[in-house]
Design a protein around this ligand. Structure first.
Ligand code: GRG
Length: 298
C-alpha cells in the first residue's frame, strides 16, 4: 500500500474512533449536542488522533485504551477551532469548506459548544480509567493532555496572540512569534505524540524525544499554515485566505518571506525526522506523515 492509501485508511480509522465518543442528540440539551456534533463531523485531517495512535503503536501499544484519548485530543482541537472562528476572535464564516459552528448555530451556541467540547474531552479521556490497564500510564497521559492545553500550552499561546490583537501590536519579534506558535499549535501535537508514548509504556527519554519531535513538527505545521494563507485558495483550503494580512498579523511569511519560511519548514521537518529515527519501533508511516505535512496543500 502506498502512503496516500495508508493515510486515507488510517484517517478513516481515526474518524471512526472519534465518532464513538460523540454525545447523543436527545433531551432538552439536544441543541448543544447537535452543535458539538456538527463541528466534530465537519471533516478535518484528524492529524492529532493519528499522531497519537502512531506514537502509541510505534512504542508497542496495542489496546483500546488509546481510543478515548484519540477522541479527546480531537475534541480539544475542535474546541479551539470553534472559538478561534468566533466574531470575538477571527470572525470566520467558513472552515473545512463548511459554515463555521457560530455561523450555523449562532454566537452563544458557538461559545457554549466550544466549552462543551473542551469539557467532553476530559469526560472522554477519563473513561480510559475504566478500561483494563495501568492507571499510572493513564494518569500520565491525562496530565500531558491537560498541561499542553492550558495556560502553559495552547491557551497560553492563543492568549498572547489575542492580547497583541487587542492592543493593536502588529509588529512582533520572532521570539514572541515562536512562543505563540509553539504553544497555540505545537503544544497539541506534542501532547498527541507524548500521550501515545506514555500510554504504551515508553521510557522518559523516549517521551521527551517525542515532545521535541512534536515541537518541531508543530512549528513547521504552523509556518506552513502561514505560507498557505498567502499561496493557496479558498477552494483548496476550505477557509478564507489572506486572513493574516486582513488581521495585520506578523507571521513567518511577513518576517522572512515565503522562500525562507519554506526553508524553515524543511529544516524543522528534517530535524524532526532525524530525531524520530533515533527511537526504536516501526515508524515508516509516522516518518512519511511528518514529511508529507511539510508539503501539505490544505
Ligand atoms: C480566545 C475564546 C478564545 C479561544 C481560543 C485556543 C484557541 C481558541 C485557539 C488555538 C489556536 C488555533 C486555532 C491554532 C490553529 C492551529 C491550526 C493550524 C489549526 C488547523 O489545524 P488543522 O489543519 O485543522 O489540523 P483540521 O481542519 O484539518 O482539523
Amino acid at each position: 500500500m502506498n502512503f496516500k492509501e495508508e493515510l486515507k485508511q488510517k484517517t478513516e480509522m481515526a474518524e471512526s474512533v472519534v465518532m464513538k465518543f460523540l454525545p447523543k442528540e436527545e433531551g432538552f440539551a439536544r441543541g448543544l449536542a447537535e452543535a458539538v456534533n456538527y463541528s466534530m463531523k465537519s471533516g478535518g485531517k484528524r492529524l492529532r488522533p493519528l499522531f497519537m495512535y502512531e506514537s502509541y503503536r510505534m512504542c508497542g501499544g496495542c489496546h483500546e485504551v488509546i481510543e478515548p484519548f484519540m477522541a479527546a485530543i480531537e475534541m480539544i482541537h475542535t474546541h479551539s477551532l470553534i472559538h478561534d472562528d468566533l466574531p470575538a476572535i477571527d470572525g470566520d464564516l467558513y472552515r473545512r469548506g463548511k459554515k463555521t459552528t457560530h455561523a450555523v448555530f449562532g454566537e452563544a451556541m458557538g461559545v457554549l459548544s466550544g466549552d462543551a467540547l473542551l469539557n467532553l474531552a476530559y469526560e472522554t479521556a477519563i473513561r480510559a480509567l475504566f478500561y483494563p490497564g495501568d492507571i499510572q500510564k493513564i494518569a500520565g497521559a491525562l496530565k500531558i493532555l491537560a498541561d499542553k492545553t492550558g495556560i502553559l500550552g495552547m491557551l497560553g499561546g492563543q492568549s498572547v496572540d489575542v492580547t497583541n490583537e487587542k492592543d493593536e501590536v502588529w509588529q512582533i519579534k520572532k521570539d514572541m512569534l515562536d512562543y505563540i506558535y509553539l504553544n497555540k499549535t505545537a503544544a497539541l501535537i506534542e501532547a498527541a505524540l507524548m500521550a501515545g508514548a506514555v500510554l504504551a509504556g515508553a521510557s522518559e527519554r523516549e517521551v521527551s524525544c517525542m515532545e521535541e519531535i512534536g515541537r518541531k513538527t508543530g512549528l513547521a505545521f504552523q509556518i506552513q499554515d502561514d505560507i498557505l494563507d498567502v499561496t493557496s485558495t479558498v477552494e483548496v483550503l476550505g477557509k478564507p485566505v489572506l486572513s493574516d494580512e486582513k488581521n495585520h498579523k506578523t507571521t513567518y511569511v511577513t518576517l522572512l518571506g515565503v522562500e525562507s519560511a519554506r526553508r524553515e519548514v524543511e529544516r524543522l521537518t528534517f530535524e524532526a525526522i532525524n530525531l524520530l529515527d533515533t527511537l526504536p519501533g516501526e515508524k515508516d508511516f509516522l516518518r512519511e506523515l511528518i514529511s508529507y505535512l511539510a508539503f501539505r496543500e490544505m
